[in-house]
Design a protein around this ligand. Structure first.
Ligand code: ATP
Ligand code: MG
Length: 293
């Protein structure tokens, strides 16, 4: 949890209140941030989240009372040993998979209380996903894949043409416009990952969830993808990502360290651009080593 001593000033709608965040709320939030006060809005609140798998009658308690919250505009990395429950956590908090117990509040709405249709709409319109196993469709071009979630969404009254133009704008921004008409097997791994980012951003989500978005990339491509994610975060998109790479996590504002389905530690990155990237990475590595990384 983003625990700041005595500073519990988060604007979190009460459970089940389904409070919509208005443009005015956002404006107020911007003003308070400008004022230098730490009164950010909580976009994700996870309380006592539990997930148990039963395989061959054996119970595996993968998530054990996990609690934390994410403020709007944060960039949070989840790290931890293989099998510690990172992907399970990401799937549960993004409504991709159910939980066995606890609550996940997205903008104050309890995901467990939503109908399948409401959950699907929330996920389509307010969340973006970069998950390794969510492959693009191979009978569509890269651009068509990117634009597909916009075609399925009624979030805006944009025309088909406008949606396509927005897809192209995103591709330009991530420097892959030249492969717009290619099939998904006609691009490099880095280009495909950047295309996944474009697709995840097409409906202008509040929160982007990513499971090892740089996992299959070499160092250069990984840096490029992280540059884009940091840029999107700076523009206001909240990001929660799982990574094994301390170099990647060092660019996030906060790191949660998961062990055996529990948050064992939380690291807040030094604020501002005055700390060099190398130093950020070194400091994070020291912290990770203390936790047995
Ligand atoms: N669908 C499933 N059915 C049964 N058990 C599962 C399922 N998915 C995950 N698990 C188990 O849950 C535990 C946590 O898995 P999870 O994929 O969340 O780990 P992880 O931290 O993401 O690991 P990695 O770093 O290797 O990706 C593992 O013991 C795994 O075997
Ligand atoms: Mg995983």
């Amino acid at each position: 949890m983003a625990v700041k001593d005595g500073e519990n000033k988060k604007v979190t709608p009460k459970d089940g209140e389904n409070k919509k965040v208005t443009a005015k709320d956002r404006e107020n939030k911007k003003m308070t941030v400008k004022d230098g006060e730490d009164k950010k809005m909580t976009v994700l609140e996870v309380k006592d989240l539990c997930k148990t798998y039963v395989v061959n009658k054996r119970q595996n308690n993968v998530l054990r009372n996990v609690s934390f919250s994410v403020d709007e505009g944060e960039m949070v990395a989840v790290m931890g040993p293989s099998g510690s429950g990172k992907s399970t956590l990401l799937y549960a908090v993004s409504g991709m998979d159910g939980a066995t117990g606890g609550n996940v509040l997205f903008d104050g709405k309890d995901l467990m209380g939503l109908s399948a249709k409401e959950l699907a709409r929330l996920r389509l319109n307010e969340m973006g996903f970069i998950f390794q196993q969510m492959y693009m469709m191979n009978n569509l071009t890269i651009l068509d894949n990117i634009v597909l979630p916009a075609m399925e969404s009624k979030k805006t009254s944009e025309s088909r043409k406008e949606k396509i133009m927005r897809g192209e704008d995103l591709m330009r921004k991530l420097d892959i416009i030249q492969v717009a008409d290619n099939d998904i097997n006609e691009v490099s791994g880095g280009q495909l990952q950047r295309a996944c980012i474009c697709r995840s951003m097409i409906n202008r989500p509040r929160v982007l969830f990513a499971d090892e978005p740089t996992g299959s990339l070499n160092r250069n491509a990984s840096d490029e993808v992280m540059d884009e994610l940091v840029k999107l975060n700076k523009e206001g998109t909240t990001v929660m990502m799982v990574t094994h790479d301390a170099r990647v996590a060092a660019r996030c504002s906060r790191v949660l360290y998961l062990v055996d389905g529990n948050i064992k530690g939380e690291y807040k990155s030094p604020a501002g651009g005055d700390v060099k990237e190398k130093d950020r990475e070194r400091m994070l590595n020291n912290w990770l080593m203390e936790l047995g990384w």
